[in-house]
Each structure stands twice: as C-alpha cells, then as structure tokens.
Design a protein around this ligand. Structure first.
Ligand SMILES: [Zn+2]
Ligand SMILES: [Zn+2]
Length: 354
C-alpha cells in the first residue's frame, strides 16, 4: 500500500472515530495483522490488502465496518474497522472458560484429555463475565481495566496446555470475525481458491422478505467462506511448520477453526439473547434487530452443517442420518466440549446476577 493511500485511509479513520487511536486499540489491530501472519499463507495474503484498525469508539460500538476509500492518487484502499469491545468480550469470556480445565490425563497411547473442575465457575469467574458484559454494553467512552489484573492472575495460574488451546481458539475466533468482514469486500468467488458449493436453502426460511433473504444469505455465505479459508490456511501451517501429515493437519485445523468460529458466534448469541431473548427464525424474519443477519443460534447451526460437508464431503442429509466419520467425531466432540463449558458459564452467570 502506498504512503499516500495509507495516509488517506488513516485520516478517514480518525475523522470517523475522533476519540480513537489509543495504544490499546492500535495494539489490538497490530495483533490481528500478526495473527494473520501466524496462521498462514491465505490469511496473511488477504490481510495485506486491507487497512485494518480497531477502535473502542462508541460510534462503532461492537460492530465492524468495511468499505473502501479512493485516494487522491487514484488508488483504492479497502478498509476494515472493528469495534475493540467485541474482541475484548470474546477474549475475556473464552479466557474465563480456560479456568475450567484441570490437569491433563494421558491414556498411554498419546491421546491427552482434560478433566474439568466440578465446582466451576466460582464467583470470581462470574464477576469477570459481568465485567465483560458491562464493557460490551457499556456507554462509557473509555474502556476500564477493572478486573484485568485478577483475570491475568487466573490465566497465569491455569493449566498450560489448556492455555495454549484457548489462546489458539481466541486467535481463530478473532480471525473468523475478521475473515467474515474480508468476505464482504473480497468474496471467495473473486479469489483464486476454489469455492466449495455452498447453497443456503431459502425454503427453510419461507417467511423472509426478499431483501432480508438476500442479506441473510450473504451473511451466512461469508461465515461459511471464512471457515473455508481459515481451514485451508491453518492446515497448511500445521503441515509445513509443524510437520503434520496431511490428514492430521486438516483434522487439527478443523478442530481449531470450528471451535474458534463457534466461540465467536456463541458469545455473540449470549449478548443477543440478553438483549432480545431467544428469537425464533420465524420471528426474526420480521424483527428489526435481525434486519441484517439471522439469529446467532441459526448461524451456528447452519455453520456446523456446512463444516460437516466441508470436512466429510457428505451432504446435509448424511448428517441427519448421523453418518459420522472419525474426523467429524473428533471435530464435533471438541466443538461440543467447549460449547458446554460456555453454556455452563452463561447459565450460572444468569442465575448469579439475579
Ligand atoms: Zn494514494
Ligand atoms: Zn457480515
């Protein structure tokens, strides 16, 4: 990107979000770009083409915005701006989930599993959830660091292998959000990658007005494509840099990417349901908050059907017939394990805050 184009993008960002540009926001944006480099050739190549910034500005809130600006030199700069509050929220919730895991057990054949603690979550963990929610919904222009030191202590005392796992999950959750946004600008069909057939069956949403159907289709397609691209990229890193055999690399990549994507959408679902309650797809078809995207629960369900097809190369009917391959069992088992921990945390939090 040329200097003049970078400068144009920077002044556009600053004029839109006058209070932003603090160190924490810049650190977050730099971290996203680093994550793209860390997780492979596709992710780093795509991130390079974008001007990426994070901001805690209430103008952006917990949303993301992507479009492009024209520089005076004639160059076009696509940008992605992401609300920092969203990322902090995802990070905090999933790091609290880390505290659930205890010491690993090995079955002697190289398979390691973790035991969770039975008296979890404790009040200190629920307090962290409360702080995360306050940060997300809060209206203060500056984000507080309340509870951060305690959380860092909890993380430092956590089980090291589980900590690596959760760090990777948060990486992939954040990349999933970023890649969804990238898809708004640079859909898979415009990339060299071969798009897998992904068709949303609109017959499942008979009540949807056409304009909303088209926006929902875009959202769901971007979710699916983000997972596809991340899986390809992460698998190549595991094969190239960690010497994994092709199939093992794909299985591990699928576990990381699917767990990360679900962690992002599940945390969004929590917030959405706190605000609007659980809304069925039929209700969401005409409800105002769902003008641009379907309920998060539906996004998660459809994404898991897509992931099944991507990983097993079988169709959705095969999933209904429960034709589970060993790889799928492993992926779905991991996703479900983390999902249960988050569910427990959310349920206990709701009961605790009453
Ligand atoms: Zn320029
Ligand atoms: Zn979107």
């Amino acid at each position: 990107m040329k200097d003049c184009c970078l400068e144009s993008a920077r002044s556009f960002f600053v004029s839109n979000y006058p209070l932003s540009g603090n160190e924490a926001d810049d650190h977050l944006a730099a971290r996203l770009v680093d994550l793209c480099k860390k997780w492979g050739p596709i992710t780093s190549r795509l991130a390079d083409g974008f001007y990426i910034r994070c901001t805690n500005s209430l103008r952006l809130g917990v949303d993301a915005k992507t479009a492009g600006i024209q520089c005076t030199c004639g160059g076009y700069v696509p940008f992605i701006f992401i609300g920092s509050r969203l990322f902090y929220f995802i990070w905090r919730i999933n790091m609290v989930c880390l505290t659930y895991w205890g010491a690993p057990n090995s079955n002697g054949a190289g398979v390691i599993s973790f035991e969770g603690s039975s008296d979890w979550p404790k009040e200190e963990h629920l307090r962290q959830v409360g702080l995360a929610i306050e940060m997300y919904f809060g209206q203060s222009p500056l984000l507080s660091t309340q509870g951060l030191e305690e959380l860092n202590k909890l993380i430092a005392a956590s089980q090291p292998t589980a900590a690596v796992m959760h760090t990777n999950i948060v990486d992939l959750a954040e990349l999933f959000v970023l890649f969804h946004e990238i898809q708004h600008q640079l859909p898979l069909s415009k990339l060299a990658a071969q798009p897998p057939p992904y068709r949303l069956d609109l017959a499942n949403f008979p009540e949807l007005p056409p304009a909303r159907a088209s926006r929902w289709t875009d959202e769901l397609t971007h979710d699916a494509n983000a997972v596809f691209l991340l899986l390809e990229s992460v698998a190549s890193v595991l094969a190239t840099h960690h010497g994994m055999a092709h199939d093992d690399a794909r299985t591990q990549a699928a576990i990381l990417v699917c767990t990360g994507a679900d962690a992002a959408l599940h945390t969004l679902q929590l917030l959405e349901e706190m605000r609007h309650g659980r809304v069925s797809v039929a209700e969401a078809a005409s409800a105002r908050p769902f003008k641009y995207h379907p309920p998060s629960l539906e996004r998660r369900n459809l994404l898991s059907v897509y992931a099944y097809s991507l990983i097993t190369e079988k169709d959705a009917d095969a999933l209904r017939r429960r034709e589970f391959t060993p790889i799928w069992k492993s992926v779905a088992g991991n996703v479900a394990g983390h999902m249960r921990v988050r569910d427990t945390l959310f349920e206990r939090y709701k009961a605790w805050r009453k």
